[in-house]
Design a protein around this ligand. Structure first.
Ligand code: FDA
Length: 396
C-alpha cells in the first residue's frame, strides 16, 4: 500500500485538535486529522448541557491546576478568550453570559462543532473518522504511523490531541499518555477531576433524605474554596461547588461546607427564640435560613424537634455548626465515568510553552487536555484547548 505523506498529522478531532488543524491548514501546511470516533467534537456536543460553555471572560492562569500552571500563560495570552469570542461572532453564533463570566451558545453546542469543521474544510484539512493509530515510529526527522484502517502515513509534525481519560464510553483513552512515555516523556499522575464526590454507606444513610436538594454553599478543601451551588445526590455530593473542589481534594481528606454563607446562624436562631416566647418550632426557624428539608433533617439529627424555647443555646450552636461548619470526609469520587476532565498528563517541563512542541523530540506536539494543565469548571478547559491548539497550529 502506498504511504501517504502530510506535513502535519493531528490525532484527535476534539476542541484542541480541530483548532490546531485549522491554524496549520491556514498556514498552507497539508494536514490530516484522524480520530477513532465516528464524529468529531463529541465532548463539545455534550458540553455545557448541550450549549457548550465555550470560554470564560475572566480566564487567567489562576484558573488552572497542574505542576506548573504558569506554563499556560503564553498560549492563553496569545490566543485569548476575546479571540475565540471574535471567531464565534464571525460564525454568526449567538451566545450569552450565564454566570461568573461563563459564555454559552444560545442555541446548540453543535454550532461550535459546525464552525470548526467548516473552518477545517476551508483550510484544506483532511478529516478521517473511525480511524485510530496502531503504531508510531520515529523515521528521520519525522514520524511513520500505521493506522487501524491498514494504511501507512508519514508526517513531519505529529500533534497529539487525544484528550484525557474522562468518559471512556465516549472514546476517551490513555493513548496520548502512552505515546508520550514511548518517546521518553514524563507524564504526571492522572486522576478524575471536576467530578462528584461519594460517601460511605453509613453517611449516605444520613444524607439520603436530602438527595436532589441544592443549596448555595462555600466548600473548602485546605486553603482553596469555591462559592457555588451544591447538590445532595444518592451517592454523595455534586453541583458546581463540589466539582470545583474535587480537583483539589485528595482521598482521606475532609472538606468543609457552609450551607448558609455569610449568615450568623446562631445569632439568627437566638433572635428567633426571643420572639413570641420562643413558640416557633426549631425547624421552622432554621427553615428561614436554609431549605426546609435540610432544616428538618438537621433538627431531627440534633434531637431539636420541639419549640425554640425548649432547646438550650448549646443545641442552637450545634445547628449553627451543622449548617456552616459541616466537616465531611468523602470516601471517593464517581471516577472517570462522570468526571469532566482529567487532572495531570504530559509534564509541562517536557514542552515548549510557546509552541507546545516537545523539547526532546522535535516535531512532536501535545495540546489540550492530554497536557498537565487542567482548568476550573466554567469554560476554562475549552479555552485551554483553543489556546494550546492555536499555539501549536502556528508552529507545526
Ligand atoms: P477531547 O476529549 O475533546 O478530544 C479528544 C479526541 O481524541 C476525541 O475526539 C477522541 O475520540 C479522540 N481520541 C482519543 N483517543 C484516541 C485514539 N487513541 N486514537 C484516535 N483518536 C482518539 N469544558 C469547558 O470548558 N466547558 C464546558 O462546558 C465543558 N463541559 C463538559 C461536559 C462534559 C460532560 C465533559 C466530559 C467535559 C466538559 N468539558 C467542558 C471539558 C472539555 O470537554 C474538555 O476539556 C475538552 O473537550 C478537551 O479538549 P481536547 O481536544 O483536549 O480533548
Amino acid at each position: 500500500m502506498k504511504t501517504q505523506t502530510y506535513d502535519v498529522v493531528v490525532v484527535g478531532a476534539g476542541a484542541a485538535g480541530m483548532m490546531c488543524a485549522i491554524e496549520a491548514g491556514r498556514r498552507g501546511r497539508s494536514v490530516r486529522v484522524v480520530d477513532h470516533a465516528s464524529k468529531p467534537g463529541e465532548k463539545i456536543r455534550i458540553s455545557g448541557g448541550g450549549r457548550c460553555n465555550f470560554t470564560n471572560t475572566g480566564t487567567s492562569v489562576a484558573n488552572f491546576l497542574g505542576e506548573n500552571p504558569r506554563f499556560a500563560a503564553s498560549a492563553l495570552g496569545r490566543y485569548t478568550q476575546a479571540d475565540f469570542v471574535k471567531r464565534v461572532d464571525g460564525a454568526g453564533i449567538a451566545w450569552h453570559e450565564k454566570t461568573l463570566g461563563q459564555l454559552f451558545c444560545d442555541d446548540s453546542a453543535k454550532q461550535i462543532i459546525r464552525m470548526l469543521t467548516d473552518d477545517m474544510r476551508a483550510a484544506g484539512v483532511l478529516l478521517s473518522l473511525g480511524v485510530g493509530v496502531e503504531r508510531v515510529d520515529r523515521v528521520g526527522d519525522g514520524f511513520a504511523l500505521a493506522l487501524t484502517d491498514g494504511s501507512a502515513v508519514r508526517c513531519a509534525s505529529l500533534v497529539v490531541a487525544t484528550g484525557g481519560k474522562s468518559i471512556p464510553k465516549m472514546g476517551a483513552t490513555g493513548w496520548g499518555y502512552e505515546l508520550a512515555r514511548q518517546f521518553g516523556l514524563r507524564v504526571t499522575e492522572t486522576r478524575p477531576a471536576l467530578v462528584p464526590l461519594t460517601f460511605e454507606p453509613g453517611l449516605l444513610e444520613k444524607t439520603a433524605p436530602l438527595s436532589g436538594l441544592a443549596v448555595d454553599a462555600v466548600v473548602s478543601a485546605g486553603k482553596t474554596k469555591f462559592e457555588e451551588a451544591m447538590l445532595f445526590t444518592h451517592r454523595g455530593l455534586s453541583g458546581p461547588a463540589i466539582l470545583q473542589i474535587s480537583s483539589y481534594w485528595r482521598e482521606g481528606e475532609a472538606i468543609t461546607v457552609k450551607m448558609a454563607p455569610g449568615v450568623d446562624v446562631l445569632a439568627r436562631l437566638k433572635a428567633a427564640k426571643q420572639e413570641n416566647g420562643g413558640k416557633q418550632a426549631v425547624h421552622t426557624a432554621l427553615g428561614h435560613i436554609v431549605p426546609r428539608r435540610l432544616a428538618e433533617v438537621l433538627t431531627a439529627r440534633e434531637g431539636a424537634n420541639g419549640k425554640l424555647a425548649e432547646v438550650g443555646d448549646k443545641v442552637l450552636a450545634r445547628l449553627d455548626q451543622a449548617v456552616n461548619a459541616w466537616t465531611v470526609k468523602p470516601v471517593g469520587s464517581e471516577g472517570y465515568r462522570t468526571a469532566e476532565v482529567t487532572l495531570g498528563g504530559v509534564a509541562t517541563d517536557q514542552l515548549d510553552q510557546t509552541t507546545m512542541e516537545t523539547k526532546s523530540v522535535p516535531g512532536l506536539y501535545f495540546i489540550g487536555e492530554v497536557v498537565d494543565i487542567t482548568g476550573w469548571l466554567g469554560g476554562y478547559n475549552f479555552q485551554w484547548a483553543w489556546s494550546s491548539g492555536w499555539a501549536a497550529g502556528q508552529a507545526c
